[in-house]
Design a protein around this ligand. Sequence first.
Ligand SMILES: Cc1cc2nc3c(=O)[nH]c(=O)nc-3n(C[C@H](O)[C@H](O)[C@H](O)COP(=O)(O)OP(=O)(O)OC[C@H]3O[C@@H](n4cnc5c(N)ncnc54)[C@H](O)[C@@H]3O)c2cc1C
Ligand SMILES: NC(=O)c1ccc[n+]([C@@H]2O[C@H](COP(=O)([O-])OP(=O)(O)OC[C@H]3O[C@@H](n4cnc5c(N)ncnc54)[C@H](OP(=O)(O)O)[C@@H]3O)[C@@H](O)[C@H]2O)c1
Length: 639
Amino acid sequence: MGSIEEPNFCQKNKDLDYDVLIIGAGLSGIYSLYRMRQLGLRTKVLEAGGGVGGTWYWNRYPGARFDSESYSYNFSFSQEVLDEWNWSEHFASQPETLRYCEFVCDKFDLRRDMQFDTRVTAAHFQDDTKSWLVTDENGQKYTSRFVVTCIGILNNYTLPNIPGVLDYKGEAFHTARWPAEQVDFTNKRVAVIGTGATAIQVIQEVSKTVGHLTVFQRTPNWSLPLRNAPLTTEEMDKIRSRYPEIFRKCAESWHCFMHVPDKRSTFDLSPEDREAFWEELYAQRGFAKWMSNFGDINTSKEANALFSEFVANKIRGRVHDPVTAEILIPKCHGFGTKRVPMETRYFEAYNQPNVRLVDVKSNPIECVTESGIRTKDEAFEFDMIVYATGFDAVTGSFTAIDFRGVDGVKLKDRWSEGPRTFLGLFVESFPNMMMVMGPHQMFGNIPRSVEYAASWVARFIEFCRDRGITFAGATRQSVLDWTEHVHTCAVGLLANDVDSWMTGVNKNLAHKQKRIIARYQGPAPGYRKRAEEVVTREYRDLAERFLVQDEWGKEQFSLDGLPGAWIPYGGGGFMCTGRHFAKQEILGSVAIFQSYYKLEMVDRPKGWLPRPDRRFYGVGAMPPAEPIPFRIRRRRRGI
Ligand SMILES: Cc1cc2nc3c(=O)[nH]c(=O)nc-3n(C[C@H](O)[C@H](O)[C@H](O)COP(=O)(O)OP(=O)(O)OC[C@H]3O[C@@H](n4cnc5c(N)ncnc54)[C@H](O)[C@@H]3O)c2cc1C
Ligand SMILES: NC(=O)c1ccc[n+]([C@@H]2O[C@H](COP(=O)([O-])OP(=O)(O)OC[C@H]3O[C@@H](n4cnc5c(N)ncnc54)[C@H](OP(=O)(O)O)[C@@H]3O)[C@@H](O)[C@H]2O)c1
């Protein structure tokens, strides 16, 4: 429990191993550690992998690369890094991106505070010490005041729920756990299951050297040419001089990409002009074709159908066999309703005699056998099976850890009906825990969101450090309000009518069959505006809002002078009773509350003594049998 008189945050953590424990050493963990260093806090990163990079450490499959422009993906926080790092391609490959992550870590000597090969299995909030107890898979324990999760939205991979997957005796790989050693495809009969963004990259690459490739497709995807190209030193220098403009564009854009959206409607143009505009877009690099398109292709079924047909015709023009072309054209979802995979000669791969497409919808896979795959109609023999079957996305990394908050509440129970968060950063009953790239944050071009979220968290921890606040978390009301806002932002977007990892569906997982709102889908500038307002209000949303609903409506009380009765509640929260409150409510974030208000005891219950070491009566003490009447007084600002 923080106290105003004793602001030495680190001193209060002296019995704990760390001030801040970060889980994960991908981009989120790297930047979070950098910021914690700047605050002078004792910080440790625990990482399951053998090195830094997260996504770029694990996904070493052939063809893995960005769909974000390399120079809009990289960190913006260090001018030195921007000056020193050169990208060799507009859309860098996985090995180069991994080298970039390592370069940043070396530059700031970050590995010194990182512990690899350490998978966290449990994180339990300790009500008595207001701290976290984190356990790794070897049983090693770590205590920390704050936990910052940087565990990724696309990290926990899933194998297909096809019988016999473990019976197969040949080489088998999931793309997200690809070995570091070179894998050879020459003269081999290779199967790829899946046709998402990962599979598309694998297929177009493997088809260059494979003996024979069979692709098992359940759902086709709208895929567009990436138009990657090498970058010369001169081009890179020009890009470097444009970094401020690139990051400004990303900051202004809805999804944090550098592409400027077209404000017109699809129907503002004649069919001829529209076609000409789409041809221009189609010729551009990367996501321009999606992000610089008319916004209504994301909201209007009619507009979406027109652009989908434009893309379908491109596919028909590239795939020689019309039957194969039609199987490759999505019929059940419109363009852009799932994250659009970018490709380079993907469709042309199907023109090769040694590449075959199997439509799993009409010819379902029955099982994986010891030597291959059996479908309803055919038995296939393979030397290698590649599973490009996706992830237990967004919430998977969280449910893989036994997270328990105040009073032992389980995170998976808190989120049983889908994620409920405040700003995608906090979860009710999980004080002192913040999520970088948690659910309900902005996704899109992810490093822009990572930098913002990690910076928000750092500023908040700095606020706590400076005031000696050692207990802080979201209130129920703030979580309800934010979750409602996230759901409101999702209304009307066609993407929410489609099963995908972005709507929380993974057909291989029994508990992920229902669509949820997993991400913030309003404009990124709108997200940041709201998050900045919380900062401007000096985080009072984390303390005050929960106090201000009465039982007759939603009237807001001024707290000053309000009588009430407060009962210390396990975990540092408080329950509030009294005529102004509909029912007993658990109040989180008392420490922040306390920096704005003080409680004056009205009648001291018999035998009840304030603890001399604590300004806030009763905290940490056994709850008294009777509520203690208090009067709430506003403190002067600035204390
Ligand atoms: C193949 C692929 C390509 C992508 N391309 C792009 C792109 O072009 N543009 C874009 O914006 N985004 C892209 N993404 C999304 C990508 O995940 C993010 O851009 C970014 O790398 C996320 O960084 P992160 O640190 O938040 O998460 P991650 O990179 O996923 O890192 C999370 C880390 O946490 C660790 N971890 C998780 N659980 C535990 C645990 N229990 N104990 C210890 N450690 C744990 C993991 O091992 C991992 O290292 C891509 C994703 C994939 C899979
Ligand atoms: N930068 C890039 O270019 C890039 C590259 C790779 C990944 N990513 C990111 O990572 C995300 C995830 O991509 P991903 O391709 O790894 O996963 P994904 O989009 O979830 O695709 C998984 C694929 O596997 C198929 N599949 C899963 N289980 C199956 C089963 N039992 N039987 C048959 N098919 C099955 C799916 O079919 P259904 O659709 O029918 O379920 C789908 O085609 C992307 O959306 C993107 O954000 C980016």
